[in-house]
Design a binder for this molecule. Sequence first.
Ligand SMILES: Cc1cc2nc3c(=O)[nH]c(=O)nc-3n(C[C@H](O)[C@H](O)[C@H](O)COP(=O)(O)OP(=O)(O)OC[C@H]3O[C@@H](n4cnc5c(N)ncnc54)[C@H](O)[C@@H]3O)c2cc1C
Length: 388
Amino acid sequence: MKWDVIIIGAGAYGLMTAVFAARRGRKVLLLERNEQAGKKILISGGGRCNYTNLHTSSENFISDNPHFTRNILSRWRVQDTIDFFARYGIHPAEKTLGQLFPLSNKARDFRDGLLHEALTLGAEIHYGIRVKTVTPMSPGFEIRTEEGISFVSEKLVIATGGKSIPPLGATDFGLQLASSWGMKLIPDAPALVPFTAEKSEEEVCSTLSGLSVDAVARLGKTSFREAVLFTHKGWSGPAILQISSYWKQGDQVEIDCLPNWELSATILGTTPPVQWLSDKLPSRFLSRIAEEMPFIRKRPAEISRKDFQKLEQRLKHLNIHPSGTLGYAKAEVMRGGVDTRELIPQTLESKKVPGSYWGGEVIDVTGWLGGYNFQWAWACGVATGNVV
Ligand SMILES: Cc1cc2nc3c(=O)[nH]c(=O)nc-3n(C[C@H](O)[C@H](O)[C@H](O)COP(=O)(O)OP(=O)(O)OC[C@H]3O[C@@H](n4cnc5c(N)ncnc54)[C@H](O)[C@@H]3O)c2cc1C
């Protein structure tokens, strides 16, 4: 069975590549491990799919090779994504911070639209496939499956994604293959993932579990202002997920629970801090602080400067010491992956194994929370689909 293009993995990058390659008349085969395509698309954004972000730029991506994203992102912009999906009847609605969701609120529309177009243009898809070996020949590739089936193609696209959420079909297949072909990997780790608390901080987290505060989470020079959520095990919420992508074991994270507050405003006033804070912090959070620092019930004139500083430390510079993360079981994405220096920036073709193309989450480009990872996957799909 000979194909022009074989794509391993029918997620966001694989499906987009299939559409663009099939539009050029290429004979395309998608090989998918699951019994259906795009499982991560289906559950993304809580089933609504945050499919792009109006503010997308290279700054929103983490990579060991930070400028790599520029080429791909500049040739497939956010407006291109919006126009592309509008043809499937999917129209955008902005939530917060430039995040675009479909008006229909149905992630399924993306998966179904892409799959339908690819199949209509003649692409084929085989489900439940377990690829055993991939052998570069000159020219082309031979793919053998666990079931003993063999496929041959001229071009090969590795679209197997990252390692997060194994029950959705995630594997380290791409990483293993790259490594076996001598391609360099940037060490991977779970990203956009909740933190777990150390023993000493567990009790506070558990007491405040379920509470969310508008806060700034800061790690070195990087900071995000969004919600921080206390959980039974530690911390979560968008600000924490964002900062987790920059976190390494042992790092402490600073939380500013009152980003608009200045200590001087409270010292100079006459109202007890507890009253002043009551409309700024959730009551359970405030009660906990009042337990630790009963002086907040006094009038400012009766509170010592040292106590004010203690309060400021607690509210503006709360240092948390995550013991770890909830790992790939709960991570939205994988950080690290195939070193992008191994790839040609315009096409994502491997320099070491010409004819093979690598994009989406399997390569060392990790987007922030907010639709950036899909914008990256779509843009990669266009870049590859136009050349394979
Ligand atoms: C819970 C959750 C919510 C998310 N929400 C958003 C969001 O709202 N917005 C956003 O931008 N990003 C979101 N993401 C991230 C986004 O889903 C991914 O970054 C994106 O899907 C990556 O696309 P991909 O094609 O590289 O990989 P995937 O979409 O993961 O596709 C990889 C495909 O390859 C298949 N595969 C793996 N190994 C093999 C193998 N050996 N053989 C054959 N097939 C294989 C998998 O089954 C899968 O279908 C979310 C992720 C998660 C986990």
